[in-house]
Design a protein around this ligand. Structure first.
Ligand SMILES: Cc1cc2nc3c(=O)[nH]c(=O)nc-3n(C[C@H](O)[C@H](O)[C@H](O)COP(=O)(O)OP(=O)(O)OC[C@H]3O[C@@H](n4cnc5c(N)ncnc54)[C@H](O)[C@@H]3O)c2cc1C
Length: 397
């Protein structure tokens, strides 16, 4: 082990990936997580090739394979008729393969991998309140009054990051006039045609829905998230429950398959979609940020988790390369490598809103042409290749 000791505020996807990447580089870490138990919200997420490259290099390929319910096809579908276009199949040979997992399963895999190297790395019920630093050390302050010293601090404490606030001041979110619904539907509640291993994105005039199967052991579910435009302000929280009636209202006139998903969901959550001004620099002295703490984004490109995984990898490489010499310089290097890509992903995710939602889809005379033009193989490449081809393991630092 080197003499570096990195404190991580937040044991979510990014914080745990960073802990694992650092431990693998021989750097000691402690993770301080506000939740009293290791637990994640019930929903699916997809890991795209850029995230998978990092997880594979961390030795997680077999563990991820065991929780992946691999989709053989990605399709877009028309909101009212269900007409379908295949935009990626495993046979096309492009590297757009998506890994579909339950968030709680990915979280478990990451936590187990960290604990296999350092069993007492994860400190639960430990909410970060702020930090101080001097030339030699950084002190993480917890809400319970404890203060812990380390050589570096990583704020991986999500959307409402206390580390970001302490480092860079308040950063209020701007409501994007859209809400996201998400739910998990036990497979046995659904008719046979819902059970295909296919990831579907349904396109509509003012809303869209992404759905795909996920599994936990022998149990299978369809995970869906539906984003709908609204002028009504909604709270920015992933654990706010919503009603089936309200959700059906947002998807009035949609295809019966979408109605089936909404009506059979175990629990429906609703959250407001906000964005923040990107930070030009994520680091100050011995403190830095990663994941949603520095680039929260709307979920339209499915990149929130993948970006936090990339951040974690580059951060660990920068700290390892700099050694015990100059931690602030290593954190500045990390920010310089990552901030532009983070900001670009925030902007491009937001721009997708009006690709998924478009007035042309309301009119049968224009709807089909709109999909043909906007979901052609060329458009898919333009939209996703720059994201998926990035390799955080080898990018110049
Ligand atoms: C329904 C849904 C579907 C999504 N689908 C995808 C997808 O398909 N692909 C994708 O790439 N992204 C997806 N995302 C986005 C993605 O989940 C997030 O961007 C990602 O989790 C960010 O990781 P993070 O570690 O920065 O934050 P989080 O995973 O949110 O972790 C932050 C952690 O910090 C903890 N914390 C908060 N405050 C404090 C504090 N003061 N002190 C200590 N701990 C604290 C929290 O409890 C949490 O454990 C989805 C999000 C949602 C809600």
């Amino acid at each position: 082990m080197s003499k570096q000791h990195v404190l991580i505020a937040g044991g979510g996807m990014g914080g745990l990936t960073a802990a694992l990447a650092l431990l693998k580089q021989g750097i000691d870490v402690d993770v301080y997580e506000q939740a009293p138990q290791v637990r994640e919200v019930g929903a699916g997420l997809w890991i795209s090739p850029n995230g998978a490259k990092v997880l594979n290099a961390l030795g997680l390929q077999a563990a991820i394979d065991s929780i992946n319910l691999s989709a053989r096809d990605r399709v877009v579908r028309m909101w009212n008729t269900g007409q379908e276009w295949s935009v990626y199949t495993k046979q096309t040979g492009t590297d757009h393969n998506l890994i579909m997992v339950l968030r709680s399963e990915l979280h478990r895999v990451l936590a187990e991998a960290v604990q296999a190297i350092k069993p007492d790395a994860l400190h639960l019920d430990s909410r970060a309140a702020g930090f101080t630093q001097d030339g030699q050390q950084v002190q993480l302050q917890l809400e319970n009054g404890r203060s812990i010293s380390g050589t570096a601090l990583v704020g991986a404490d999500g959307l409402h990051s206390k580390v970001r606030a302490a480092a860079f001041g308040p950063s209020p979110g701007r409501f994007t006039n859209a809400v996201a619904w998400r739910g998990l539907v036990p497979m046995e509640r659904l008719a046979q045609h819902h059970r295909l291993p296919v990831a579907s994105t349904w396109l509509g005039p003012t809303a869209h829905v992404t759905s795909y199967p996920v599994r936990k052991g022998d149990q299978e579910f369809v995970s869906f998230s539906g984003q709908a435009e609204t002028s009504q302000w909604t709270v920015e929280s992933w654990s706010e429950q919503g009603s089936i009636a309200d959700c059906l209202q947002d998807f009035k006139g949609w295809h019966q398959d979408i109605v089936d998903l909404i009506e059979n969901a175990e629990t429906l959550y609703k959250w407001g979609l906000f964005i923040r001004e990107p930070l030009a620099c994520w680091s100050t002295g011995r403190a830095t940020l990663l994941g949603d703490a520095c680039h929260s984004m709307v979920p339209y490109l499915g990149q929130g988790v993948n970006m936090s995984i990339e951040d974690a990898c580059v951060l660990a490489r920068c700290l390892q390369m700099q050694g015990e010499g100059d931690t602030p310089a290593a954190l500045m290097r990390y920010s310089a490598v990552r901030a532009e890509r983070g900001a670009a992903t925030v902007q491009r995710s937001l721009a997708m809103q009006y690709v998924f939602h478009n007035d042309a889809l309301a009119n049968p005379a224009t709807a089909t042409d709109y999909v043909n033009q906007n979901w052609s193989p060329a458009k898919m490449k333009e939209r996703y290749d720059w994201l998926f081809s990035y390799d955080a393991n080898t990018v110049a630092i």
